[in-house]
Design a protein around this ligand. Structure first.
Ligand SMILES: O=C(O)CCC(=O)C(=O)O
Ligand SMILES: [Mn+2]
Length: 211
């Protein structure tokens, strides 16, 4: 019996969306090193929602554009408001795994210009939302999970649609685009744990084409 067959299979979440189990496992170590390098230049921080609440997930960015939230709203900008400098370039291997995952999901030619890096400590969560701050909604979203496992909440195009729960593990990649591009999704509160590569934390890389 192949113990890994289950982890590595592709699971359709619906039209246009697929969970590629274990897709990034072969490059996970390099991605973890890249995250550490990004965090040294653009430190993780808890951004504030337009309503003034600090987010439970700590975030930073790499690539030409970075997603930020503050009292003025959500947007992409080329300058890190914390450092006043440009976001660090995407470390080696980031773009390649994103482009390959997109192609495996049927989205050839993905050219991400932004990578949001999310860091979850136990209890951190992401409320169901749409990724809709990108000018180019023709490109998919590619989301790579690393470290502790989490429960992904996958819904439909309306906020009230039922949310289905899917385990996301170290090395898993979710790709959504086309008819699923504006699907609601979120992450349930992270449960405590100890992961060999990430300790008590979960990381997520979200690759986007913003313009
Ligand atoms: O952490 C995740 O798996 C999802 C992150 C996400 O939805 C986002 O950054 O917009
Ligand atoms: Mn999202």
């Amino acid at each position: 019996m192949d113990l890994f067959a289950d982890e590595r299979r592709a699971v359709a979440l619906g039209p246009g969306a697929v969970l590629l189990g274990g897709f990034a496992l072969p490059v996970a170590e390099g991605l973890m090193a890249g995250i550490e390098a990004v965090g040294r230049v653009a430190p993780f921080r808890h951004m504030v929602t337009p309503g003034g609440k600090a987010m439970s997930v700590a975030m930073t960015n790499c690539g030409a554009w970075g997603w930020i939230s503050d009292r003025a709203g959500y947007r992409y900008q080329g300058v890190d408001p914390l450092t006043g400098g440009a976001w660090p370039a995407m470390p080696q291997g980031f773009e390649t795994v994103a482009v390959e995952a997109a192609a495996a999901a049927g989205y050839a030619g993905f050219a991400p210009d932004a990578c949001l890096v999310n860091r979850y400590a136990p209890g951190a969560r992401m409320a169901p939302h749409q990724d809709r701050d990108e000018a180019d909604l023709g490109a998919p979203i590619v989301s790579v999970s690393l470290g502790l496992s989490a429960t992904f909440l996958w819904g439909g195009l309306s906020r009230g649609d039922r949310l289905r729960r899917h385990g996301l593990h170290h090395g898993d990649v979710v790709v959504w685009g086309g008819p699923a591009r504006l699907a609601f999704h979120g992450v349930a509160p992270l449960q405590p744990g100890d992961h060999p590569a990430a300790g008590a934390l979960r990381y997520n890389l979200t690759f986007r084409k913003t313009r």
